[in-house]
Design a protein around this ligand. Sequence first.
Ligand SMILES: Cc1ncc(COP(=O)(O)O)c(C=O)c1O
Length: 435
Amino acid sequence: MARRTPDDMTVPSVPDWLAEGYGHVWLPYTQMARVPPPLPVAETRGTRIVLADGRELIDGIASWWTACHGYNHPHIRAAVAAQLERMPHVMFGGLANEPALRLARRLAAMLPDPLSRVFFSESGSVAVEIALKMALQYWLNQGVRGRHRFVSFQGAYHGDTFAAMSVCDPEEGMHSLFAGALPEQHVVPLPEDEAGIAAFDAYLARHGDDVAAVIVEPLVQGAGGMRFHAPEVLRTLRAACDRHGLLLIADEIMTGFGRTGTLFACEQADVVPDIVTLSKALTGGTMALAATVASERVFGAFLSDDSDAALMHGPTFMANPLACAAANASLDLFEREPRLAQARAIEAHLAAALEPARGLPGVVDVRTRGAIGVIQIDDMSRIDWLKARFVDAGVWVRPFGDIVYVTPALTIGEADLARLTDALIDVVTAWSRER
Ligand SMILES: Cc1ncc(COP(=O)(O)O)c(C=O)c1O
């Protein structure tokens, strides 16, 4: 029997495991005093989420932008199962495993030269922490003191750990509460026009002496509200970093692996950063894995007779063979199947299908880039109503900030994609009428 919560959200009858365990979990980004309980998921299949009561939702989010091949892809499952038989895990300190070394070689081959040294970890935030640490120590190892801060951008999101929080937008990055506890960084506007470029350059000339690196989400600021910028902005940043002698870190955790229509977003600007962070779709959304990939120049600064010059980092589960096997299988799929063409086809569909939302009262903007479609609205006070309507419409869509958005699996079929965008238009139209 379905029941309705005070927030008017239809939830299936609650299975025992949810009823018994719910009092013991703490959910992400959730006010536990008032939120409706989460929907119990029985299984995932392709681009569908199957609920405990048998209802199927078409997945619009690909589990926070990870499941680029859809769920339960047989090729990834087989690779993980085979690896599970041989060796689920072995430490990476002093021991090497074949899936990790193969993955490192393949990532280095996919990224432009001279990005060639892969440091593994197990989450996006940690990959960012490692990138920041690499950049700080890059200078210290060369005897340069005082470069202990970073330039990041308004609207940025780089993760929830402390150094990662410090380079997020301080107002919108969900972390303003911790302002006093975080290292202060230089958070500035993205240089998007001539005046912005001049201001950015002047800022670096004035404050650049204490800066180790500039960190940016290339082309799309994801969790900051799916805001897009032009490839030209990345070229501006690369040129500015070269002029002022700074490292450039590209956080491709959200954009990497086809989401913007190219394998990596930086490709669209023909820009090569000094350090790249990867996670999310790295394993096709199946397991926790991340990578921080450095250029030979950055890596070279850590080579020395002095053991203190080594990178002092080593997450316990780094280079986990199971996760690396999943990532290798995911890369096979990128090689064998037309994922980038699929991303571009999704972009064309989203651009046409979301257009009717433009001009609705309360709709501020409609935009698409690659397999990302966004409807920006002027009031999110009825977010629970919106979430409930999407579930009722048979789709899994999670509005946040001021946007209703979709980032489906790149493998989503035409019929499911059409049902997803129809639901988006229907729900936003109903919201617009009732506002
Ligand atoms: C660009 C970017 N960087 C870092 C992160 C943090 O990744 P994780 O949630 O795996 O720690 C995210 C997560 O959304 C992200 O979008």
